[in-house]
Design a protein around this ligand. Sequence first.
Ligand code: PLP
Length: 479
Amino acid sequence: MDYSLLLQGEPEQGAMSRQQRLYTALRAAILQGTLAADTRLPASRLLAQELGIARNSVIYAYEQLIAEGFLHADRRGTRVATLKMASAIGASAQPPQGLSRRGRAFATPFADVDTVQAFTPGVPSLADFPIARWQRCVAQSWQKVTPEKLAYGHSAGEPQLREAIAAHLRAGRGVVCDASQVFITDGTQNSLDLCAKLFADVGDIAWIENPGYGGAANAFATAQLQIKGIPVDLDGLAPQESDWQQHPPKLIYTTPSHQYPLGSVLSLARRLQLLANAKAVGALIIEDDYDSEFRRSGPPLPAIQGLAADAPVIYLGTFSKSLFPALRTGFIVVPRALADSVATMLAQCHPRGRQVEQIALAQFLHSGEFASHLRKMRRLYAARRDAMQDALHTHLGDIATLYGGASGMHLSIGIPSDFCDQRISDTALAQGLVARPLSAYVIGTPTPHSNGFILGYAQVPCEAMDAKIAQLARLIRMA
Ligand SMILES: Cc1ncc(COP(=O)(O)O)c(C=O)c1O
């Protein structure tokens, strides 16, 4: 930063000393955000030299700003403090003007947690991602790049990535598809937005598991669908006859391989029933297979998509769990009969690009690096799951009920209804533990399984698991 520019805006008035001008300029820069929180300011001697003023003037300005809370000084030097702007006097709690009704639904405060710590769910063990091997694939992709790959590209995604994904799904998940049915997206959230846009109209009924994935509810709410929460039991989605008759769905969102958040696996009988009923009412099943790569016990149930030749299923996958979330890459697999229409629609409304990264990803899949990473992660997560199960039995066995565990990267626990999961979760967060409350996943009416916590184990080394669970157990018991 060129600090002399700061002073240029400050009038050189006789009455205002240099130290005063520097103080005023720095204060304004902090308030305007030109000097962002945590920016380290130059040492007083260096800044004095740069500005051609006495060092004491700089020291005075710094000390004044420290006293007022704009700066703080510690062993790391003098830094800009993080300011919490108080709302203007008279400002009301009214939603800001200009937002739509749909937009306002998302204008309530929301903790956008960007830290990954024990027991953040849904984030793989990032420390174990083979960065060097990924880097090699990306570098090779750039080495081979031709100028036309820098243009807008295919709206459906790079052909070689679509091929690689189709092959992976046929072999590993029993998905019946070819590359023409696979469309690359910016991850599942983007896939869900597309599904709501392409396969339902405003006011159509969309079923979502209850408790269930808020990301699906948000996508459907923004598309103005009518959301109906369908209770989940320990065998997965459990719609009643009356649900089919009274609220026949257009879309059914489900996580059959590993229900999010309870972790149940939808039995084959229920999968077949769901398919038959969906066909009968003309509904499309949205099968979110977000972390099925990490299945480790029980029979390997193939995807619902592959259970019938013309299954009315949109299959969703993501690389957020199998590789890393920042890759922002997922895909949808549509029924063959819809593939051409979807291609035409996406050509008009889907962003294009990131060819080089997609080719690198295709190479990562082809070369066997992907399969080898998955094998390693399966072993790691199995060990961490076992460690978490043991610790939960030891510290909470008498009051908590364990849900799930056959797949994925999280377990859930139910606690008796006289404990408030939200309050315990808030206390845990203040102590550095992310124990998301199951009540936050309720879609509609609370169910017998929606008081408790979802606990991700992917981030927690086995050696640390017992102590972390013991810490959580103490908080639960204190409540
Ligand atoms: C049920 C479920 N589906 C999908 C995803 C992944 O979404 P994305 O691909 O947008 O990262 C998550 C992430 O936590 C999830 O919990």
